[in-house]
Each structure stands twice: as C-alpha cells, then as structure tokens.
Ligand binder design. Sequence first.
Ligand code: 5GP
Length: 346
Amino acid sequence: MHIEDSMRLDFKDVLIRPKRSTLTSRSEVDITREFHFPHSPEPYHSIPIIAANMDTTGTFEMARALAKHQISTALNKHYQPDELESFYTKEKFDAPIFYSLGIGDDEFNQLVELQKKTDNAIKFLCLDVANGYTETFVAFVSKVRQTFPFAVIMAGNVVTGDMTEELILAGADIVKVGIGPGSVCTTRKMTGVGYPQLSAIIECADAAHGLGGRICADGGCTTPGDIAKAFGAGADFVMLGGLLAGHEESGGETIEVNGKVFKRFYGMSSKRAMDQYAGGVAAYRAAEGKEVLIESRGSVEHTVQDILGGIRSACTYVGARQLRELTKRTTFIRVSQQLNEIFGKS
Ligand code: 5GP
C-alpha cells in the first residue's frame, strides 16, 4: 500500500496574501480574458465564469441573464432539439454558450443533426461525464474532435495532471476539473473517491498549460472568495452550480413552506434527477447527488454583482490589473481559520 503523504488542499485551507499595488480602484480591473486554444481556431473573449450544466442552473433564462454580463452558461442536457435549434439560431449573446452532451450515441447524433440544421452554430461543447478516466471517454473526445474540428471542446471531469494531458492530446481544448467538491455531490461519501479542489486545480492547470490547453475548475466554490482562489490557483475558467442556484432564472420547482418560497436544487446524479430523466436509479448503481431546498434568492443580477465585485477586489488586493495576472500575483498562505462566523455563516 502506497500513501501519498503531501497534504492536498481545499479553498478553505488557504487565503490569498495581499501585495503592494499601484491600482487605486477596483473599477480599473479588467476581468475578461481572451483565450486561444490548442485545437479549435475559435477564440474566447468574455468573463471566464460558466454556469454549470445542471438543469437547475444551465437554463436558457440563466444564459440570457448572465450573457448580459459577459458570463457564459453550459446548457443542461435536457432541452428538446427544436428548442435548442431556435435558441442557437435566433438569439445572439455577449458570451459563449456551451452545449452539453454525455457519451451516448443518441446524444452525439442529436448534436450532429443540430449542427446541420443550425449551419454549425454550436461552437462551444461541454463533454461531460462524472468519471473522465475511462478509455471510452477518451475515444469519445477524439471522435467529437474529428467530427467538429472548429469547435471548442471542454471535457471532464478529472483531477490529476496525467489525465488532463491525455484529454488534451485526445482533442480537448479545456479540461474540466473536479471530482467530489460540488455542493450537492455525494461522490466522496458514496465512493471514498475525490481530490481536494485547490490542489486539483494547481496540478491540472500546470499539466494543461504545458500543452497549451486550459482548465475549468468545476465545483466547490461557496463564496466569491473561493472563485478568486480558483483563478489564483491557475484555473482559466470557473464553473458554478450552487452559487447560481435558487434564483428566478434557475430551473427547478418553486415550493412554499410556512409562507416562505424555496427552490429545489439537486445534483444531476441525485435520485430526483434520475427519477426525472432515467426512469429511476438503476439497480446496479447508487445516487451520487443530493437534493436541497434553497430559500428563493430573487434575480441572479444581485448575485452576479457580488461575484464580479469580489473578484475585482481580489485583483486589487494583489495588484492584478487584469484577471490574467491574478495567478502570477497570488501567494497562498495556509490557514487554520478563514472566516469569523460569530454571527452565522452568511
Ligand atoms: P457547485 O458549484 O454546486 O459546488 O458544483 C457544481 C458541480 O457539481 C457541477 O458542475 C457538477 O460537476 C457537479 N455535480 C452536479 N450534480 C452532481 C451530482 O449529482 N453528483 C456529483 N458527484 N457531482 C455533481
């Protein structure tokens, strides 16, 4: 038995050390980024935050609201082809919208049909499986790369440098990183498998950047500060589920309990999602996601302002005039306590 002894860290284990800076105001900070990719010729120029492709956050309404702020969305996999066709052909956005698919033949065929009907309007793809370590997945990434050489392909999820490299060599432009950190994920509990997210980001970013690829840190951000830490650790993109859930633009049933309005939020591998889309939890597997009720948070506009304001301020504290400089200017310090919770957790 071999145990890797060096400590792997999560967002809560570190803080970003402030640095001398010539910046006078956070309004001077540019948090858009321009990326060029190893395979696709399509550039990305927006704020590199992406709403997760969960059916509670990856909605058309969320995409419209976030794109106004130049934030991207990965659509959930459960829209009908005619809805998607109309969305991609009739609407224009100020941020790329990712189309999500798993490795099923039917999902691949649906994408081929949609590309034909929309004259290849779908330029950003999110190939998404819970476990990105299988040979089948690597082969699928290659197949999608060969079929759509123009598309930006984001693929995952993985948490180690070796597999990040393998996915990029197979055709991915962006590797999605995170196993187990999600707010409604129970993978670590059910399987004992996972990797602390901050270390996963540092290790995978190093591997991806060596090959000219990019990474998207997916899951585990509970505050705007965590997003800043993810960027500081080397993430090119950050994907958010829980932080964007519970808003008017989020999907999921609204329910009233004792006069208070709540929204359902659930993992895409939860029993609720499987009941809804797969006719229940198959006999050979267990749910690896849970369901929570979130008190309704109103429009996502306010949350967006908090998130963007937090990131701009983080850049100001370390003297990064552009988000691109944040990683270079970040020094993490290990801490045993990061928040003062005397008045609760909010
Ligand atoms: P959050 O921002 O809520 O912490 O994390 C969002 C991410 O959690 C998603 O982008 C996705 O990768 C992951 N996720 C969503 N649903 C499930 C689930 O049911 N099980 C697991 N293991 N992960 C999930």
